[in-house]
Write a protein that binds this ligand. Structure first.
Ligand SMILES: Nc1ncnc2c1ncn2[C@@H]1O[C@H](COP(=O)(O)OP(=O)(O)O)[C@@H](O)[C@H]1O
Ligand SMILES: [Mg+2]
Length: 469
């Protein structure tokens, strides 16, 4: 199972929620330990104050009225009683519990105390703590005051000896449910709301980034395949805007660069015609007949190269728009043309295959390759095959093939292998370079290899991409 999400939105939400969870755990930890500790200190001081007041009160009234006076200052959480002897801490706690479970006279019959503690088994846990002595003078008492820390009861016990030797005892204990836990329904509600707000915020941020990024991806993909791409709107956060703007600038520069190159190629091949023509006129003055013919053959070759370059440059400069064509029909019409001119071509195709491309360019590329097979390899076996992730077109022939060492070189402009130079086929060596340029422009690739008999040319095109539809 993968936990780490793939998308930016998913990752952002997960990271924010993790951060939230960690901060909540830390907060609860602080609440549980630090705040509870602080509260206990405060409550302890408060109880101490009450114990001291009760002591003064008990001292101030005659011994026979003490019990009834002390009764009047009891609260549901506080009890006072008098004893004569020193008793053990455990004994004292049992007595304290009995007093706590007895209703106070002050609160009348619907006294909540008994039920408050009856529900709680906490009072059954006796503390092993022993009495701590607070020396006299600290709280304006002349006599020492004894404190019992009853953490299990959330309370404190106090013991003070009155002037006549009697002990005044006080117990304070807080039922557990009054010790508000941090994990209240209110807390959960707040947590759910916070989670929703965080997730919403993450979604909002991610959307602002993802939306323009998606457009950028689509445009880059299209640009790479030679489709015309419009200038993207700069949207989203500053960083993303900068990226989009850089992409737009790159696209403009790339287009300008390409047009400049093609224009230059066209100008050179065009301007070469004049010197070639003037050279041709001058061959008339060559006396040696054989020499003149050789000169003319070379000039023919030069002229052929210039014409081919010019026609390539011209076709490149008229930016052809992309449209959907049937690849099967396209191949069939190329094969028919070549058959009519006397070539031997055989096409195997699975049938209709609509494909978005620059159809005129693609036709030119495919025609160059099939013509090569017929010219140099006697026949062409063309197959069209559709894979899930690409489209394959293979062209095989029965010729001599191309030695592995020359398979990259033949793609260079004006490169013709020695064997074909003798053949007088009329080519100038631009066919494969043009074909590769066009196929790469469609985001595809062309590779040469040894086939069953002759050369095998494999043209791989990217599949019909829904992004480009
Ligand atoms: N099917 C093939 N079999 C053998 N050699 C080939 C084949 N296709 C191309 N070649 C070699 O590659 C060279 C370059 O091909 P290309 O660029 O089409 O130029 P051109 O056909 O004008 O000579 C050809 O001159 C030829 O020597
Ligand atoms: Mg050729």
């Amino acid at each position: 199972m993968r936990i780490w999400p793939r998308t930016l939105t998913g990752q952002l939400i997960l990271v924010l929620l993790l951060a939230l969870a960690i901060s909540q755990i830390v907060t609860l930890f602080i609440y549980r330990f630090e705040r509870a500790r602080a509260l206990r200190v405060v409550i302890g001081e408060e109880c101490l104050g009450r114990a001291v007041s009760a002591f003064r009160l008990a001292e101030g009234v005659p011994p026979n009225q003490r019990k009834s006076v002390l009764k009047t200052i009891e609260t549901p959480l506080t009890r006072y009683w008098l004893t004569h002897d020193e008793i053990s801490s455990e004994e004292w706690q049992r007595e304290a519990r009995d007093h706590l479970l007895k209703p106070t006279s002050a609160a009348g019959s619907n006294n909540p105390t008994a039920s408050m503690f009856a529900r709680e088994t906490m009072l059954n846990q006796l503390s092993t703590a022993s009495w701590r002595e607070l020396p006299g003078g600290t709280w304006l008492l002349q006599k020492p005051l004894h404190i019992l820390d009853l953490a299990a009861w959330n309370g404190f016990g106090f013991k003070m000896q009155l002037n006549d030797g009697e002990y005044l005892n006080m117990i304070y204990a807080k039922p557990e449910y009054l010790m508000q836990s941090a994990l209240t329904p209110g807390y959960y509600t707040a947590l759910v709301i916070t989670v929703l707000i965080f997730a919403g915020a993450a979604l909002l941020i991610a959307r602002r980034i993802v939306r323009p990024l998606r457009h950028l991806t689509k445009s880059a993909e299209r640009l790479g395949r030679g489709h015309e791409v419009e200038i993207l709107r700069e949207e989203g956060p500053e960083d993303i805007r900068a990226t989009i703007s850089a992409f737009n600038r790159m696209q403009v520069r790339l287009n300008r660069f390409l047009t400049d190159r093609t224009r230059m190629l066209a100008a050179i091949s065009h301007d070469l015609r004049t010197p070639i023509t003037s050279l041709r006129l001058r061959t008339e003055f060559i006396a040696d007949e054989e020499m003149r013919q050789k000169f003319n053959a070379t000039l023919d070759e030069m002229q052929g190269m210039a014409e081919a370059s010019l026609s390539f440059a011209k076709s490149e400069s008229t930016a052809e728009t992309t449209r959907v064509v049937d690849l099967d029909a396209l191949l069939e019409s190329i094969c028919d043309d070549i058959t009519e001119l006397g070539g031997k071509v055989d096409l195997t195709s699975p049938g209709r295959l609509p494909y978005k491309c620059r159809s005129d360019s693609l036709r030119r590329a495919l025609r160059n390759i099939i013509e090569n097979a017929v010219r140099y390899g006697e026949c062409a076996r063309v197959t069209l095959h559709r894979h899930s992730d690409r489209i394959d077109i293979t062209v095989e022939d029965d010729g001599p093939g191309i030695p592995a060492a020359d398979r990259e070189r033949v793609f260079e402009p004006f490169v013709r292998l020695e064997s074909s130079r003798n053949r007088d086929t009329g080519g100038v060596g631009l066919g494969l370079s043009i074909a590769r340029s066009i196929i790469r422009n469609h985001g595809g690739e062309i590779t040469l290899s040894q086939g069953n008999k002759g050369l095998r040319v494999l043209i791989q095109l990217p599949p019909v991409c829904p992004n480009l539809a």
